[in-house]
Design a protein around this ligand. Sequence first.
Ligand code: UDP
Length: 363
Amino acid sequence: MKVKNIVLLGCGGFIGSHLLDRLLADGGYNVVGWDFSADKIAGHLDNPKFRFYQSDAFSEGTAADLDNAVKHSDVVISLAAICNPSRYNTEAIATINSNFTEVQKLAEVCAKYKTWMIHASTCEVYGRTMASYLPDNSYDNPALYEQIEDETPLIMGPIQNQRWSYACAKQLSERLLHAYHVEQHMPITMFRPYNFFGPRMDFIPGRTGDGVPRVLACFVTALLDGTPMKLVDGGHARRALLYIDDAVDALERMLQMPQAAQNQTFNLGARQNEISIRDLAVMMRNAYADVSGNPAYRSHPIIEVSGLDFYGKGYEDCDRRVPNVAKARRLLGWEAKYGLEETINYTVRYFYDEFGRESAAAE
Ligand code: UDP
């Protein structure tokens, strides 16, 4: 099968907008997309190879359009989701609906036409590492923290810790899609993003949205506004960052190699880009100093706050996420090319150009 016609749910989001750039630049694909917002894809709205619905793909009014688009597509890529930790414990019902109920609705349509569904899951399905539950843990045994798609157990905290509403909904979606594959022969691919990082990620509170965004946008906002960067619970948690271009490369390879990609779950991450949140804050303020030409940012204030104060009741953190990407390497010939410095520098440069340059000029 050669993929030509694509349905892309969440085409206006962070991952979706970058994937759309790539698909339309290639010229060989026709894309039908849904999203609430067109802000990140305004440059594509007149492209004849792109048909855009600015609406909820799952409202009653759009059911016929979605059904028709899926019927005529080679693959459906499902990226639309609430994926912001500040909402998992405060809006758990919406989080579960967006990450499970709506996926179920989409899966039903795909199953009807046996259309290949590529679904964005999350590395958060692994929950916390086994190592984090052991006394005197020092992470010295990779078997207790490295995450392997078809082997590693998925470990989540108690129900009252609603942080896990997202991971649990994503896990159930994965189980449902797997069942559709096994029982109804629907082709599926699931991928688990590890902290994708890059331009256009998330929103900047007070400028392009409201609420508490992911850590990248929180730190950028602090630098833009001259407020302290906040380390939740000491900033000891570690994350492995993956530059968005690397992530899009992996998705493009799936589309080019359906045989290799179908009926697999892939970790998409870069373990070599692992960093503690504390070190991330330091690297980001240094990158901001470089790009703005203002060395004072090197000592931009960093303070500590508790998870309870920052996120509210029910927050619990993933301690560490170390991806094993042997499967993506073997089947797709993929691995990350961008290192940590490039990932952080390119991203910070984008946000400075977009928002910081103007504020600096105004001052
Ligand atoms: N975090 C932080 N300061 C912030 C925002 C987040 O220290 O202003 C921490 C958060 O507690 C977590 C990590 O940064 O340990 C990554 O947070 P992110 O929002 O990117 O979501 P996650 O990776 O947990 O899905």
